[in-house]
Design a protein around this ligand. Structure first.
Ligand code: ASP
Length: 581
């Protein structure tokens, strides 16, 4: 006997008269004076079972025991529903199963939440994740993810990339986050680090002559959590030798084209716009611009250099958004709060009403020449940020997104992919008092900066790029340094002593010294890609068993304490922070 010969979502009018067996979960039970109706569900959909005491007295009696999420097997005959009971909202709505035999396969304890309940507390959902995953949305998200990963694999293999697995127990790989570490029992006092990415390893596959590598890799980054960030992420990791940037870009564009076509039925452009990091910052105040709408930043630094409005005259940069509408005082106050979220001290504005009158507390300080140059049109409001240039980008980039949403400027059905290229190589870390790599320390400078990046590190440009869609960074990569001397110079600029270079990356420097081909690659966040593909705002809802926002797993309780015996074996002693008295 087989458990089932039809899936719950598959019964159609063409099946009328067939004797079939279904198996699945009870989604709902209704008693109608003798007749019992049961919605039987599996991942394909729902079929209505009808239990009639006259047709099948035993089955009908048993049906009284059924509760939501019990597992049952039902055999009977597919029959047509009467015209007035046809349900056009259900794919199986023209038919039902007249049950002859019912088997109660498995019971369920009372449910902590109903599967169709909205707004269930996330911790509760994660605690009972197996139930949560039975829900339609999570089924859809995870199936979409699996489909996408399958397409990616086939695409990469067809393009000649080889799937090579790299270790999880490894050594620190710098991607700028904190490491997760694992103590070694065999070598007490020593620790593995979980890879933040397979970066150094994939470079070694190039030195080893594999030429084209890919992997769906798990990466671990011990960083603070946010709605769109997890500590255990999945990447499509890619590397190739003797790379041409256009070839790599095309491979990725085609891959996304296939995924979007097969998963969503949407054709996206085959060639994406490219924008340098400097341009993205200038026009959008962001390194991951949402180009679904305009509202670009404008610059008034020069125009206001001699302004009587002191804030403008003295600021490093004065930039603004030209918004095609007038705001009430209360609305301006709300926008000011939004600007302050990103470090603005205030929000100066200049508006011209429908009668051509200027409306602004700062208008009296601005000269005619300044107003003329700023050129507010009737019914327009200019919103200013005057600060260090980076702050103006942050503030106006954030405000732009806020206004895009608030004013309905964003087309929710659009996908605007682009490449952001030519990232800066280094940024100054105030806290550590040293330069750090914007991408990672293996990223090559552009040819122009190759010999002189150390003379002006803040201005040096890297051969690095990101894929951005609708304001989301989906991933990024770079061409790498394949010359040991150049690598050592970059390490030195990052204030790694020769000793540290040897102890942390000696193997890589050795490898680069033994015939390293030019190489480069990219890594894409599979979780983030699924989010965008599914239109799912919560990153955890595209992951089967995620940790919660505090980095804990409410289902298993992980992380948990280990036994004293395990601690002894590992040579570890736990120092519990003192409870404040
Ligand atoms: N390893 C890099 C990252 O995870 C990507 C790359 O450079 O290929 O961001």
């Amino acid at each position: 006997m087989s458990w089932r010969d039809l899936m719950c979502g598959d019964a159609r009018s063409g099946d009328v008269g067939r004797a079939v067996t279904l198996a699945g979960w009870v989604a709902r039970r209704r008693d109608h004076g003798g007749l019992v109706f049961v919605d039987l569900r599996d991942h394909t959909g729902v079929t209505q079972l009808v239990l009639n005491p006259e047709r099948a007295p035993e089955a009908a009696a048993l049906a009284g025991e059924l509760r939501n999420e019990f597992v049952v097997q039902a055999s009977g005959q597919i029959v047509a529903r009467s015209a007035e009971t046809v349900n056009p909202r259900m794919a199986t709505g023209e038919v039902e199963l007249a049950v002859d035999r019912l088997v109660l396969v498995s019971r369920s304890t009372p449910l902590p939440f109903q599967l169709d309940e909205e707004n269930v507390d996330e911790t509760l959902r994660l605690r009972y994740r197996w139930l949560d995953l039975r829900r339609e949305k999570l089924q859809r998200n995870l199936r979409l993810r699996a489909r996408m990963v399958g397409l990616i694999r086939r695409h990469m293999e067809a393009a000649g990339f080889l799937d090579i697995q790299t270790p999880i127990l490894y050594k620190s790989t710098p991607e700028g986050a904190r490491d997760f570490v694992v103590p070694s029992r065999l070598h007490r006092g020593r620790f593995f680090a979980l890879p933040q990415s397979p970066q150094t390893l994939k470079q070694l596959t190039m030195v080893a002559g594999f030429d084209r590598y890919y992997q769906i890799a798990i990466c671990f980054r011990d960083e603070d959590l946010r709605a769109d960030r997890v500590q255990e992420l999945t990447q499509l990791d890619v590397e190739l030798s003797f790379p041409a940037r256009d070839d790599l870009f095309r491979t990725m564009e085609e891959m996304f084209g296939t995924v979007w076509r097969e998963c969503l039925g949407i054709e996206i452009p085959t060639e994406w716009p490219r924008m340098t990091h400097a341009e993205a910052d200038r026009r959008y105040g962001s390194d991951r611009p949402d180009t679904r709408f305009g509202l670009e930043l404008e610059d008034a630094t020069e125009v206001t250099r001699a302004s009587e409005f002191g804030v403008f005259a003295t600021a490093d940069a004065v930039r603004f958004l030209r918004v095609p509408r007038l705001f009430s005082r209360a609305e301006i106050a709300a926008l000011e709060e939004v600007a302050k979220e990103r470090g603005a001290k205030g929000l100066a504005y200049l508006a011209r009403d429908g009668n051509g009158e200027l409306r602004s507390p700062i208008a009296k300080f601005l000269s005619e020449r300044e107003v003329e140059a700023l050129d507010p049109k009737p019914e327009e409001t200019l919103l200013f940020a005057a600060d260090a240039r980076a702050v103006t980008s942050r503030v106006l980039g954030h405000l732009r997104l806020h206004l895009g949403r608030q004013l309905g400027l964003i087309d929710d059905d659009a996908f605007t992919f682009l490449w952001v290229t030519d990232f800066p190589m280094f940024e100054w870390d105030e806290e550590q008092g040293r330069w750090t790599a914007v991408h990672h320390p293996f990223t090559r400078p552009t040819d122009e900066w190759r010999d002189r990046f150390d003379q002006d590190p803040g201005a040096a440009v890297a051969n690095a790029y990101d894929i951005v869609v609708n304001g989301n960074e989906l991933g990024g990569g770079s061409f790498r340094i394949h010359e040991p001397d150049l690598q050592a110079r970059v390490f030195a600029l990052l204030a790694l002593s020769e000793e540290q270079q040897r102890s942390q990356f000696g193997f890589l420097l050795d490898a680069l010294g033994m015939g390293a081909p030019p190489h480069g690659g990219i890594a894409l966040g599979i979780d983030r890609m699924t989010m965008v593909l599914a239109g799912e705002p919560n990153l955890r809802d595209v992951i089967a068993f995620p940790k919660n926002q505090a980095g804990l797993d409410p289902m298993s309780g992980a992380p948990t304490a280990i036994t004293q015996e395990q601690l002894d074996e590992l040579g570890l002693r736990v120092v519990v922070p003192e409870e404040p008295s």
